[in-house]
Write a protein that binds this ligand. Structure first.
Ligand SMILES: Cc1cc2nc3c(=O)[nH]c(=O)nc-3n(C[C@H](O)[C@H](O)[C@H](O)COP(=O)(O)OP(=O)(O)OC[C@H]3O[C@@H](n4cnc5c(N)ncnc54)[C@H](O)[C@@H]3O)c2cc1C
Length: 321
């Protein structure tokens, strides 16, 4: 199977989600091509060494330093026409969810987004796609298309390790003139240096049980020694305690970290929709009947203001060694 993997990167490092995709397809007699767009893309040949990528299609242009849907779609559609892959894989990031439907329409590809499972059956790709906020899932196969596109949620596939040091051949692709109707004139970045919720391996989320924004520092203290990112329920976002970028759930971010702490969160279905794919869930709630306990791996019935400081000092002590 010829697979083209869209590699998102930050500076000189390849995002973990892209390594998950490469781990899923390399070493299975697949012919793997990676594509990366924007300044720094050529240099990814180094970090991609050993990940089974034969060829890296890169485009350095400054015009691609900020996501522009028209330019990105035009470049990718060109690359896809030239490479004619059977399968295109990308992470289900905000950018990819905007970009790939455009590309799919241009190259007449089939597309499945927000997938949580990926397998091959007799050379055919089969994906799992949650429906109705995760209440059930569909098994999806493609038909009547030469190219299938799959956007995978992060943290769903295991990351392997690089084998050997085989660097991909770098092929520069050109920026064909596109009919661009919008231009990004600036970019502002939030002050957070933490990983985005969708990429975090550990998340500590707080809900209305935290009583007020002034107490979110307790969550930061727990998160800090573990390198975790802090999230929130919608109730506290709506109350203006924290920004919407921190919201986990149906109308926020969908996350699937290895470890998820739900502190003072009741476990409403809309919250569960965004985090029930987490591998281990720890709930801290003073109400033993809170629905979150039905979904949690470990439950601590207690007052967050008593539990958090104890947990934080235990974890800080453990992570010191
Ligand atoms: C269309 C729609 C979309 C929605 N999308 C989302 C979404 O994306 N994300 C989301 O989160 N919600 C979403 N919601 C809202 C959702 O239904 C709930 O209202 C919300 O998740 C509740 O947030 P909470 O758990 O923080 O608050 P509550 O439900 O009020 O729960 C607070 C919890 O804190 C506990 N508690 C109180 N004090 C303490 C203490 N001292 N120590 C420990 N525990 C304590 C309580 O026992 C309680 O269980 C959506 C709703 C709708 C209708």
């Amino acid at each position: 199977v010829k697979v083209l993997v869209f590699v998102e990167f930050s500076g000189t490092s390849v995002k973990k989600g892209a390594l998950e995709l490469l781990s899923a397809v390399s070493g299975q007699s697949n012919d793997v091509v990676a594509v990366a767009l924007g300044p720094g893309s050529k240099a990814l040949a180094g970090p991609l060494a050993g990940w089974g990528v034969k060829k890296l299609l890169a485009l350095e242009s400054d015009k691609l330093s900020t996501y522009n849907p028209e330019l990105f779609a035009s470049v990718l559609a060109g690359a896809l026409k030239a490479e004619a892959p059977d399968l295109v894989l990308a992470n289900s990031s905000l950018m990819a969810r905007d970009l790939f439907p455009r590309v799919a329409a241009r190259v007449q590809a089939g597309i499945a987004s927000d997938c949580t499972g990926l397998s091959f059956e007799g050379g055919q790709v089969v994906v799992r796609k949650p429906l109705f906020s995760g209440k059930c899932s569909a098994r999806v196969m493609f038909q009547n298309c030469k190219t299938s596109m799959v956007l995978m949620r992060s943290n769903q596939l295991p990351v392997g390790s690089p084998k050997g040091d085989g660097r991909p051949e770098v092929v520069e692709i050109s920026l064909a003139p596109a009919d661009v109707k919008t231009v990004a004139t600036g970019r502002s970045q939030g002050s957070s240096t933490k990983l985005d919720l969708t990429e975090a391996n550990i998340i500590v989320s707080g809900g209305r049980g935290m009583k007020g924004p002034e107490h979110f520092g307790l969550l930061d203290s727990l998160a800090q020694p573990m390198g975790a990112t802090v999230g929130a329920s919608r109730a506290v976002v709506d109350a203006g305690w924290v920004p919407h970028s921190m919201q986990v759930g149906q109308t926020g971010k969908t996350v699937a970290p290895s470890l998820y702490f739900a502190v003072g969160i009741s476990g409403a279905i809309q919250h569960l929709a965004g985090m029930s794919g987490s591998k281990v869930i720890v709930a801290i709630n003073k109400d033993p009947e809170a629905p979150i306990f039905q979904k949690s791996t470990y439950g601590i019935v207690g007052d967050a203001f008593e539990v958090l400081p104890q947990l934080t000092s235990e974890i800080a002590a453990l992570t010191k060694n």
